[in-house]
Design a protein around this ligand. Structure first.
Ligand SMILES: Nc1ncnc2c1ncn2[C@@H]1O[C@H](COP(=O)(O)OP(=O)(O)O)[C@@H](O)[C@H]1O
Ligand SMILES: [Mg+2]
Length: 160
């Protein structure tokens, strides 16, 4: 924790180096930002994510996994932070295409992140399978949370 999530990778390259260094993710044009306040936004974010992933060429199984991950992250925003934002974008790294989902809120934050990632841990009487499930369903998972400041979860899934 304490480390800023690495974002907007394409724009923090020095201007003198127009080509990405090996391993850098390049942002594919088209970023969608969805404000999240209600259950209706959970449905919308899920659908938008699925549409973007379909455009990027993900297969049916991955479309479902991506939609499920977005659903869980968006639901957590509504439930624990009341409001926030989902950002969706296509990315490319070393010739591989992927999707990145950023779920961001300025809510209460998570006091013990490792505990929140354990299967079955819930402060709301839920199943406690959301965050561990999202981690399992995605290829890259990053969570930054600070009590009183908010939570940002960034996940990536690469096309196989
Ligand atoms: N965006 C968030 N803001 C604050 N706390 C969160 C957030 N997302 C998850 N949490 C905390 O992490 C716990 C585990 O989340 P999750 O795995 O989705 O299970 P569940 O939602 O079923 O409780 C939640 O019970 C909650 O305490
Ligand atoms: Mg949850």
């Amino acid at each position: 924790m304490g480390r800023e999530p690495r974002r907007a990778v394409a724009s923090d390259r020095p201007a003198a180096a127009p080509r990405p260094e090996a391993g850098a993710a390049v942002v594919v044009p088209g970023e969608t930002s969805i404000p999240v306040r209600s259950d209706a936004d959970v449905v919308l974010a899920r659908r938008r994510g699925r549409e973007l992933a379909a455009t990027l060429g993900f297969g049916p199984t991955d479309l479902t996994l991506i939609a499920t991950a977005i659903s869980e992250l968006t639901r957590n925003i509504v439930l624990y932070a009341e409001r926030g934002q989902i950002v969706l974008k296509g990315i490319e790294r070393n010739g591989k295409v992927g999707i990145v989902v950023v779920a961001r809120d300025d809510g209460p934050g998570i006091p013990n992140v490792p505990q929140a990632l354990e299967s079955g841990f819930s402060t709301s009487g839920g199943l406690g399978l959301g965050l561990p499930g999202v981690r399992r369903l995605t290829d890259e998972f990053d969570i930054v949370s600070e009590v009183g400041r908010g939570t940002t979860v960034t996940v990536k899934k690469w096309k196989r």
